[in-house]
Design a protein around this ligand. Structure first.
Ligand code: UD1
Length: 429
């Protein structure tokens, strides 16, 4: 298994191109199952999760082709991928595939809406909490689906198609909002979703569905209205920039010091996280087609955060922010409200010399003068990025094991960081 070796101490200076968002690419790819025409997705990230979902979609009948991997002057790569599902050839998403990536459960919506049946494995336990699927299934039930749970599979069926409905999610869920949007787009009549997720990835999906002929209004607000249509067509849609990748590199610069332009991204995708970073002492400004992050000299100021649904501080940046706070000049409190058990990185950060104590859903981080390199283990996608951030300032060598977690969500991470002066490399095998 690959490892990443980092020798800490270098500042970051230069340009980091930001990739298309994994969390937007996945639902857009799944939406391609809703039409027999071609959905073309620009700015697709090249990631293990995208490859896996491509295989899953292939199982249901999707063909795909990739347009080059053109390198631009600024070092970014553009990948455009075309997905075409002439016919749904299989309505079952098996355990072996769904268990590897939770988001693949969302295929339940297009399979049901287009083929009248979906048999999808329940995703099972996950390392960052129980993450049930009840909200997704409830929204499909509200739209008239019949749901049965049998042998670890959810079997959703509809006789004569789905029907529009008005319902309120008891909790904000990105995945459940995606599922409801896709299903309601092909339902008969109108749907109103209350307490919908407002994340930019939901807006990207709604824009994609509208480009395919759906009639959706209000995405990006808690109330979304959908007028069902009988069929959807092909379209060409651009994946939004990855706000989590953007925030991760912004935190890396805030940690190491230096001056980096994050290119092909937008500050409005992560306003709350950038505001917090400013409070820690980083200077952050908008530049053409990107964001400039500068931190010189002064120590890192401690800041308390609580994760919240968008536009709050994203849970997917909580671990990285904790990495930054391990070197703050004082004590900070980090409260996780979205997922239980999303503090596995605490133990690994402690191996580098961080001082963190946990009480319920709050971590208290006492900043230390220095971190010291050590072998550490990536436990999930975002936790892995934290260990890299900490490794960039730890004295001596840090080796991050189980790098496959990073490969799920960060495209060419070592290349992007080493181009800015970090001493980081991948050890294969
Ligand atoms: C998505 C993101 C993930 C991010 C999360 C929250 C993708 C591929 N993943 O995950 O990176 O951390 O949003 O921003 O986009 N819940 C239920 N029942 C359900 C569905 C969710 O109780 O049916 C709960 C979850 O356990 C969690 C909360 O709702 O406590 C929010 O989860 P949700 O927004 O659904 O996360 P995902 O869509 O899985």
């Amino acid at each position: 298994m690959d490892r990443i070796k980092i020798t800490g101490g270098n500042k970051l200076n230069g340009i980091i191109p930001i990739s298309g968002a994994k969390n937007a690419a996945l639902p857009l790819m799944i939406a391609s199952l809703l039409t027999n025409e071609t959905l073309t997705l620009e700015n697709m990230p090249h990631l293990a999760d995208v490859e896996l979902l491509t295989r899953i979609l292939g199982n249901h009948g999707a063909d795909y082709s990739v347009n080059g991997r053109r390198e631009h002057q600024n070092g970014s790569y553009e990948r455009t991928v075309h997905f075409t599902t002439k016919n749904i050839v299989d309505t079952t998403a098996p355990y072996e595939l769904v268990a590897k990536m939770r988001a693949s459960f969302w295929v339940i919506a297009p399979l049901l809406a287009r083929a009248g049946e979906a048999i999808v494995s329940l995703p099972g336990g996950c390392s960052i909490g129980t993450r049930p699927v009840d909200l997704m299934l409830d929204s499909l039930t509200a739209l008239g689906a019949n749901i049965e749970i049998e042998n670890g599979y959810a079997r959703a069926t509809t006789k004569g198609g789905l029907t529009g409905a008005e319902f309120t999610f008891p909790k904000v869920s990105v995945g459940a909002t995606h599922v409801a949007l896709m299903a309601a787009s092909l339902a008969k009549g109108d749907t109103i979703i209350h307490n919908a997720a407002c994340e930019p990835e939901v807006v990207n999906l709604a824009d994609c569905l509208n480009a395919m002929g759906a009639k959706i209004e209000g995405a990006g607000t808690p109330t979304i209205r959908i007028q069902g249509v009988t069929s959807l067509n092909g379209a060409r849609v651009r994946v939004i920039p990855d706000r989590i990748e953007t925030g991760t590199y912004a935190m890396a610069v805030a940690m190491t010091g230096g001056d980096v332009v994050l290119q092909n991204t937008r500050s409005d995708l992560l306003t709350s996280a950038l505001d917090v970073l400013r409070q820690t002492g980083a200077e952050i400004t908008d530049v053409e087609n990107g964001i400039r992050v500068v931190r010189n000299g002064h120590g890192i100021a401690p800041v308390d955060i609580t994760t919240d649904p968008f536009p709050g501080f994203p849970t997917d940046l909580q671990a990285q922010f904790m990495g930054l706070m391990t070197k703050a000049k004082g004590t900070s409190h980090i409260t996780e409200t979205i997922f239980e058990n999303r503090f596995m990185h605490v133990q690994e950060l402690a191996r580098l010399g961080a001082k963190i104590s946990l009480s319920g859903q709050t971590a208290t981080v006492e900043g230390v003068e220095r971190l010291k390199g050590a072998p550490v283990m990536a436990t999930d996608l975002r936790a892995s990025a934290t260990l890299v951030i900490a490794g960039l300032v730890a004295e001596g060598e840090t080796t991050v094991n189980r790098v496959y977690h990073l490969d799920r969500g960060f495209e060419r991470l070592e290349e992007k960081l080493s181009n800015c002066g970090a001493e980081i490399s991948r050890i294969s095998g």
